[in-house]
Design a protein around this ligand. Structure first.
Ligand code: BV8
Length: 227
Protein backbone atom coordinates (compact mmCIF):
# COMPACT_ATOMS: atom_id res chain seq x y z
CA UNK A 1 0.00 0.00 0.00
CA UNK A 2 1.75 3.18 -1.13
CA UNK A 3 1.66 6.28 1.05
CA UNK A 4 -1.30 8.61 0.55
CA UNK A 5 -0.85 12.36 0.76
CA UNK A 6 -3.50 14.97 1.65
CA UNK A 7 -2.60 18.44 0.38
CA UNK A 8 -4.36 21.65 1.44
CA UNK A 9 -3.59 24.82 -0.51
CA UNK A 10 -4.44 28.46 0.20
CA UNK A 11 -4.04 31.82 -1.49
CA UNK A 12 -0.24 31.75 -1.03
CA UNK A 13 0.19 29.11 -3.75
CA UNK A 14 -1.35 31.49 -6.31
CA UNK A 15 0.42 34.65 -5.05
CA UNK A 16 3.36 34.33 -7.45
CA UNK A 17 0.91 33.93 -10.33
CA UNK A 18 -0.39 37.43 -9.57
CA UNK A 19 -3.53 36.48 -7.63
CA UNK A 20 -3.99 38.63 -4.51
CA UNK A 21 -3.92 36.91 -1.12
CA UNK A 22 -6.20 38.00 1.72
CA UNK A 23 -4.12 38.75 4.79
CA UNK A 24 -0.71 39.71 3.44
CA UNK A 25 0.19 43.39 3.33
CA UNK A 26 -1.90 44.91 0.53
CA UNK A 27 -4.10 41.80 0.48
CA UNK A 28 -7.80 41.75 -0.33
CA UNK A 29 -8.93 42.24 3.26
CA UNK A 30 -6.90 45.46 3.46
CA UNK A 31 -8.99 46.87 0.58
CA UNK A 32 -12.51 45.66 1.42
CA UNK A 33 -14.13 44.42 4.63
CA UNK A 34 -14.80 40.68 4.46
CA UNK A 35 -18.13 41.33 6.22
CA UNK A 36 -19.20 43.41 3.22
CA UNK A 37 -18.17 41.08 0.38
CA UNK A 38 -17.69 37.53 1.76
CA UNK A 39 -20.81 36.99 3.87
CA UNK A 40 -24.46 36.25 2.95
CA UNK A 41 -25.46 39.35 4.95
CA UNK A 42 -23.11 41.49 2.84
CA UNK A 43 -24.63 40.07 -0.36
CA UNK A 44 -28.15 40.77 0.91
CA UNK A 45 -27.17 44.34 1.81
CA UNK A 46 -25.43 45.24 -1.44
CA UNK A 47 -25.42 42.48 -4.09
CA UNK A 48 -24.03 44.82 -6.75
CA UNK A 49 -20.92 45.54 -4.62
CA UNK A 50 -20.38 41.82 -4.01
CA UNK A 51 -20.81 41.03 -7.71
CA UNK A 52 -18.28 43.78 -8.52
CA UNK A 53 -15.77 42.28 -6.03
CA UNK A 54 -15.99 38.82 -7.59
CA UNK A 55 -16.27 40.08 -11.18
CA UNK A 56 -12.94 41.92 -10.69
CA UNK A 57 -11.29 38.76 -9.32
CA UNK A 58 -12.77 36.68 -12.18
CA UNK A 59 -11.36 39.20 -14.70
CA UNK A 60 -7.94 39.00 -12.99
CA UNK A 61 -8.02 35.22 -13.39
CA UNK A 62 -8.05 35.68 -17.18
CA UNK A 63 -4.74 37.58 -16.91
CA UNK A 64 -2.75 35.11 -14.78
CA UNK A 65 -1.10 31.71 -15.29
CA UNK A 66 -0.36 28.78 -12.98
CA UNK A 67 3.13 28.85 -11.44
CA UNK A 68 5.74 26.13 -10.78
CA UNK A 69 3.99 25.12 -7.54
CA UNK A 70 0.69 24.35 -9.34
CA UNK A 71 2.52 22.39 -12.04
CA UNK A 72 4.52 20.41 -9.45
CA UNK A 73 1.32 19.33 -7.66
CA UNK A 74 -0.25 18.32 -10.98
CA UNK A 75 2.84 16.17 -11.67
CA UNK A 76 2.61 14.60 -8.20
CA UNK A 77 -1.06 13.74 -8.79
CA UNK A 78 -0.24 12.21 -12.16
CA UNK A 79 2.73 10.19 -10.86
CA UNK A 80 0.83 8.92 -7.83
CA UNK A 81 -2.58 8.53 -9.47
CA UNK A 82 -5.24 8.21 -6.79
CA UNK A 83 -2.88 8.54 -3.83
CA UNK A 84 -2.85 12.34 -3.71
CA UNK A 85 -5.88 14.28 -2.42
CA UNK A 86 -5.76 17.96 -3.37
CA UNK A 87 -8.10 20.21 -1.37
CA UNK A 88 -7.92 23.94 -2.03
CA UNK A 89 -9.38 26.91 -0.18
CA UNK A 90 -8.80 28.90 -3.36
CA UNK A 91 -11.61 29.75 -5.75
CA UNK A 92 -9.22 30.22 -8.70
CA UNK A 93 -8.77 27.56 -11.42
CA UNK A 94 -4.96 27.52 -11.48
CA UNK A 95 -4.65 23.93 -10.18
CA UNK A 96 -6.86 22.73 -13.03
CA UNK A 97 -5.05 24.87 -15.61
CA UNK A 98 -1.75 23.36 -14.41
CA UNK A 99 -3.14 19.89 -15.16
CA UNK A 100 -4.59 18.75 -11.83
CA UNK A 101 -7.62 16.62 -12.69
CA UNK A 102 -9.13 16.16 -9.24
CA UNK A 103 -9.33 19.27 -7.09
CA UNK A 104 -11.73 19.67 -4.16
CA UNK A 105 -12.72 23.35 -3.95
CA UNK A 106 -13.95 23.52 -0.37
CA UNK A 107 -14.72 27.25 -0.68
CA UNK A 108 -16.29 27.05 -4.14
CA UNK A 109 -15.16 28.33 -7.54
CA UNK A 110 -14.99 31.82 -9.05
CA UNK A 111 -15.78 30.35 -12.46
CA UNK A 112 -19.22 29.09 -11.39
CA UNK A 113 -22.51 30.83 -10.66
CA UNK A 114 -25.07 29.40 -8.25
CA UNK A 115 -28.81 30.04 -8.44
CA UNK A 116 -30.02 31.03 -4.98
CA UNK A 117 -33.50 29.90 -6.03
CA UNK A 118 -33.01 26.41 -7.52
CA UNK A 119 -29.38 25.63 -6.69
CA UNK A 120 -28.35 25.20 -10.35
CA UNK A 121 -24.66 25.83 -11.07
CA UNK A 122 -23.43 27.21 -14.39
CA UNK A 123 -20.16 28.47 -15.90
CA UNK A 124 -19.80 32.17 -15.15
CA UNK A 125 -18.19 33.14 -18.45
CA UNK A 126 -18.25 36.88 -17.74
CA UNK A 127 -19.61 39.28 -15.16
CA UNK A 128 -22.43 38.17 -12.89
CA UNK A 129 -25.08 40.76 -12.03
CA UNK A 130 -28.62 41.23 -10.83
CA UNK A 131 -29.75 41.71 -14.42
CA UNK A 132 -29.14 38.00 -15.19
CA UNK A 133 -31.75 35.28 -14.78
CA UNK A 134 -31.11 31.64 -13.93
CA UNK A 135 -31.01 29.61 -17.17
CA UNK A 136 -32.35 26.53 -15.37
CA UNK A 137 -35.37 27.95 -13.53
CA UNK A 138 -35.76 31.34 -15.20
CA UNK A 139 -35.78 33.23 -11.90
CA UNK A 140 -34.57 36.79 -12.35
CA UNK A 141 -31.73 38.26 -10.24
CA UNK A 142 -31.14 34.96 -8.46
CA UNK A 143 -27.49 34.32 -9.40
CA UNK A 144 -24.63 34.56 -6.89
CA UNK A 145 -20.99 33.49 -7.13
CA UNK A 146 -20.64 29.77 -6.29
CA UNK A 147 -18.39 30.71 -3.38
CA UNK A 148 -18.62 29.67 0.30
CA UNK A 149 -18.94 32.80 2.43
CA UNK A 150 -18.25 33.18 6.16
CA UNK A 151 -20.96 31.44 8.16
CA UNK A 152 -21.70 29.07 5.24
CA UNK A 153 -20.76 25.37 5.25
CA UNK A 154 -17.73 24.57 3.12
CA UNK A 155 -18.32 21.98 0.39
CA UNK A 156 -17.64 18.19 0.57
CA UNK A 157 -16.52 18.27 4.23
CA UNK A 158 -17.40 14.60 4.93
CA UNK A 159 -15.32 13.46 1.95
CA UNK A 160 -12.51 15.81 3.01
CA UNK A 161 -12.35 14.45 6.57
CA UNK A 162 -12.49 10.84 5.34
CA UNK A 163 -9.56 11.47 3.01
CA UNK A 164 -7.61 13.39 5.67
CA UNK A 165 -7.98 10.52 8.16
CA UNK A 166 -6.80 8.07 5.48
CA UNK A 167 -3.63 10.04 4.71
CA UNK A 168 -0.09 9.16 5.76
CA UNK A 169 1.06 12.76 5.28
CA UNK A 170 -0.76 16.12 5.54
CA UNK A 171 0.87 18.98 3.60
CA UNK A 172 -0.39 22.56 4.02
CA UNK A 173 0.77 25.00 1.32
CA UNK A 174 0.34 28.80 1.20
CA UNK A 175 -2.27 29.34 3.90
CA UNK A 176 -2.26 31.58 6.97
CA UNK A 177 -4.23 29.07 9.05
CA UNK A 178 -6.70 31.82 9.98
CA UNK A 179 -9.94 30.36 8.61
CA UNK A 180 -11.80 27.33 9.92
CA UNK A 181 -12.54 24.51 9.32
CA UNK A 182 -9.45 24.33 7.01
CA UNK A 183 -7.22 25.79 9.74
CA UNK A 184 -8.24 22.88 11.98
CA UNK A 185 -6.99 20.13 9.62
CA UNK A 186 -3.47 20.10 11.11
CA UNK A 187 -4.82 19.52 14.64
CA UNK A 188 -7.01 16.68 13.29
CA UNK A 189 -3.96 15.18 11.59
CA UNK A 190 -1.91 15.38 14.80
CA UNK A 191 -4.65 13.73 16.85
CA UNK A 192 -4.79 10.92 14.28
CA UNK A 193 -0.99 10.54 14.39
CA UNK A 194 -0.61 11.70 10.77
CA UNK A 195 2.68 13.40 9.90
CA UNK A 196 2.28 17.07 8.92
CA UNK A 197 4.38 19.47 6.86
CA UNK A 198 3.87 23.21 6.30
CA UNK A 199 5.21 24.87 3.16
CA UNK A 200 4.57 28.60 3.48
CA UNK A 201 6.27 31.96 2.89
CA UNK A 202 6.31 32.57 6.63
CA UNK A 203 5.13 30.72 9.77
CA UNK A 204 1.31 30.41 9.74
CA UNK A 205 -0.92 30.84 12.80
CA UNK A 206 -0.75 27.08 13.39
CA UNK A 207 2.89 26.49 12.45
CA UNK A 208 3.71 25.14 15.93
CA UNK A 209 1.30 22.25 15.30
CA UNK A 210 3.24 20.91 12.30
CA UNK A 211 5.90 18.18 12.61
CA UNK A 212 7.95 20.09 10.06
CA UNK A 213 7.72 23.58 8.50
CA UNK A 214 9.68 24.94 5.54
CA UNK A 215 9.42 28.65 4.78
CA UNK A 216 9.91 30.34 1.43
CA UNK A 217 8.06 30.95 -1.86
CA UNK A 218 5.78 28.12 -3.00
CA UNK A 219 7.30 28.22 -6.50
CA UNK A 220 10.57 27.02 -4.95
CA UNK A 221 9.39 24.90 -1.98
CA UNK A 222 6.70 22.86 -3.76
CA UNK A 223 8.77 21.63 -6.73
CA UNK A 224 11.58 20.76 -4.27
CA UNK A 225 9.08 18.82 -2.14
CA UNK A 226 7.63 17.02 -5.18
CA UNK A 227 11.02 16.07 -6.70
C1 BV8 B 1 -18.15 27.77 8.77
C2 BV8 B 1 -14.23 32.21 -0.14
C3 BV8 B 1 -19.93 26.81 9.95
C4 BV8 B 1 -14.61 33.52 -0.59
C5 BV8 B 1 -13.50 32.19 2.18
C6 BV8 B 1 -17.45 33.98 14.14
C7 BV8 B 1 -18.55 34.26 13.35
C8 BV8 B 1 -18.83 33.56 12.17
C9 BV8 B 1 -17.98 32.54 11.77
C10 BV8 B 1 -16.89 32.27 12.57
C11 BV8 B 1 -16.62 32.96 13.73
N1 BV8 B 1 -15.48 32.47 14.27
C12 BV8 B 1 -15.02 31.46 13.48
C13 BV8 B 1 -15.87 31.33 12.45
C14 BV8 B 1 -15.78 30.38 11.37
C15 BV8 B 1 -15.26 31.12 10.15
C16 BV8 B 1 -13.84 31.54 10.43
O1 BV8 B 1 -12.97 30.69 10.47
N2 BV8 B 1 -13.63 32.86 10.59
C17 BV8 B 1 -12.27 33.32 10.86
C18 BV8 B 1 -12.06 34.66 10.17
C19 BV8 B 1 -12.09 33.40 12.37
N3 BV8 B 1 -15.34 30.16 9.10
C20 BV8 B 1 -16.47 30.09 8.38
O2 BV8 B 1 -17.40 30.85 8.48
C21 BV8 B 1 -16.53 28.91 7.43
N4 BV8 B 1 -17.78 28.26 7.60
O3 BV8 B 1 -17.48 27.79 9.77
O4 BV8 B 1 -19.39 27.24 8.71
C22 BV8 B 1 -21.18 26.14 9.65
C23 BV8 B 1 -21.45 24.95 10.31
C24 BV8 B 1 -22.64 24.30 10.06
C25 BV8 B 1 -23.54 24.85 9.14
C26 BV8 B 1 -23.25 26.04 8.48
C27 BV8 B 1 -22.06 26.70 8.73
C28 BV8 B 1 -16.44 29.36 5.98
C29 BV8 B 1 -15.05 29.87 5.71
C30 BV8 B 1 -14.92 30.14 4.22
C31 BV8 B 1 -15.05 31.62 3.96
N5 BV8 B 1 -14.69 31.88 2.57
N6 BV8 B 1 -13.24 32.39 0.92
C32 BV8 B 1 -13.49 34.22 -1.29
O5 BV8 B 1 -12.47 33.62 -1.63
O6 BV8 B 1 -13.72 35.41 -1.51
S1 BV8 B 1 -12.24 32.29 3.30
C33 BV8 B 1 -10.85 33.17 2.76
O7 BV8 B 1 -9.79 32.96 3.71
C34 BV8 B 1 -10.23 32.65 1.53
O8 BV8 B 1 -11.05 32.02 0.67
C35 BV8 B 1 -9.20 31.65 1.94
O9 BV8 B 1 -9.66 30.42 1.56
C36 BV8 B 1 -9.27 31.70 3.41
C37 BV8 B 1 -7.93 31.49 4.05
O10 BV8 B 1 -7.05 32.43 3.53
P1 BV8 B 1 -5.63 31.89 2.98
O11 BV8 B 1 -5.90 31.05 1.78
O12 BV8 B 1 -4.87 31.27 4.08
O13 BV8 B 1 -4.99 33.25 2.51
P2 BV8 B 1 -4.31 34.34 3.47
O14 BV8 B 1 -4.18 35.58 2.67
O15 BV8 B 1 -5.00 34.37 4.79
O16 BV8 B 1 -2.85 33.74 3.72
C38 BV8 B 1 -1.97 33.58 2.64
C39 BV8 B 1 -0.79 32.80 3.17
O17 BV8 B 1 0.09 32.52 2.07
C40 BV8 B 1 0.04 33.58 4.20
O18 BV8 B 1 0.36 32.72 5.27
C41 BV8 B 1 1.32 33.96 3.43
O19 BV8 B 1 2.45 33.92 4.27
C42 BV8 B 1 1.41 32.86 2.42
N7 BV8 B 1 2.07 33.27 1.17
C43 BV8 B 1 2.00 34.48 0.54
N8 BV8 B 1 2.76 34.44 -0.57
C44 BV8 B 1 3.30 33.20 -0.65
C45 BV8 B 1 2.86 32.45 0.45
N9 BV8 B 1 3.24 31.17 0.67
C46 BV8 B 1 4.05 30.61 -0.24
N10 BV8 B 1 4.52 31.27 -1.33
C47 BV8 B 1 4.17 32.55 -1.57
N11 BV8 B 1 4.63 33.18 -2.64
Amino acid sequence: MTASIFILTGAGISAESGVATFRDAGGLWSKVKLEDVATPEGFLRDPAAVHAFYNARRANLREVEPNAAHYALARLQRDYEGEVTLVTQNIDDLHERAGSRSVIHMHGELSLSLCAHCGARAKAESDLSLTLSCAACGTASSLRPDVVWFGEMPYRMNEIYDRLMDADLFVSIGTSGAVYPAAGFVAEARTAGIRSLELNLEPSDGTFLFDEARHGPASKLVPAFVE
